[in-house]
Design a protein. Structure first.
Length: 288
């Protein structure tokens, strides 16, 4: 079904892994696409694998989100391609340094925060006013391990993703009156190049827990990226209208049924980051 027919969409990190799956899912749903990645050759490979369609627009743009000027160039390119913007998918990301924070390369640590947090925020800042012109839009930010709980030896990645979730919750509040929905999705442990980085780092740097989780995901195949791609299409489409300010797991949450509970969902803090107090755990020593 062409649930995204006529939608103009930007997808970052579109050249491999989950980004390539999101690209295929959006294309098959009828969307017009501007695909962004660091390698034009890798983007060309993704494009070559998509079915030809004369009624859809497809273009690519080589940009490095590690470059502060790259963000502005992406939106400038999109404005040349599209008269309006329907969807922004902030998928691009890097693992960053693995190991204890005091042993991490500080330049690489800061670079990770820029690519995973500040660049998506910068894209949102430029795209929200554009979407507001049409009084509608969807922003989908990719979360990851460490967003909802501590993740030792991955401080740069975890800090960036936790920040991105809280930013998305806050931006959702700011854009409610503009007709723009903002959400994060948690894709689960996928067998991607990031997983390979954990295995290469080994248990000594990544920690026994993370290394074992990575090994298990490698053996089982991990979470299917198609699940996250399908969730992105769902949130981008009219079916997902009104769902905003949430962190939704592609693997564990019953996201297909959320429209049935929209009125409840809009009044509650489920699927959000919150502080846990003693009474939440049945303890009665938490009040002054």
């Amino acid at each position: 079904m062409n649930v995204l027919a006529g939608y103009n969409c930007i997808v970052t990190g579109a050249s491999r892994g989950l980004g390539a799956k999101i690209t295929a899912a959006f294309w098959n749903a009828g969307a017009n696409l501007l695909l962004v990645a660091r390698s034009s050759q890798a983007l060309a490979t993704v494009v070559a694998g998509l079915p030809k369609r004369l009624d859809q627009h497809l273009s690519t743009f080589e940009a490095d989100l590690g470059d502060p000027l790259g963000v502005e160039k992406i939106v400038m390119e999109a404005r040349q391609r599209f008269g309006s913007l329907s969807v922004l998918v902030n998928n691009a990301g890097v693992q960053g340094p693995i190991g204890s924070v005091w042993t991490n390369d500080w330049t690489k640590w800061q670079h990770t925060l820029w690519v995973n947090l500040l660049a998506p925020i910068a894209l949102c800042r430029l795209c929200v006013p554009w979407m507001a012109e049409s009084k509608k839009g969807k922003i989908i930010n990719l979360s990851g391990g460490g967003a909802a709980g501590p993740r030792a030896n991955f401080t740069a990645y975890a800090t960036a993703k936790a920040g991105l979730v809280r930013f998305s919750e806050t931006l959702a509040e700011e854009t409610r009156s503009l007709g723009i929905d903002v959400n994060c999705i948690a894709p689960g442990a996928m067998d991607t190049s990031m997983l390979a980085e954990v295995l290469t780092a080994g248990a000594s740097a990544a920690g026994e827990k993370e290394y074992e989780l990575a090994l298990r995901a490698r053996k089982t195949g991990g979470a299917l990226p198609e699940w996250s791609a399908a969730l992105c299409v769902f949130l981008a489409s009219e079916t997902g209208n009104g769902i905003t300010g949430k962190l939704i797991s592609a693997v564990w949450d019953p996201w297909e049924r959320l429209p049935e509970h929209l009125s409840e969902l809009q009044k509650t803090d489920v699927y959000t980051l919150r502080r846990i107090v003693p009474k939440d755990r049945g303890m009665n020593w938490g009040d002054r």
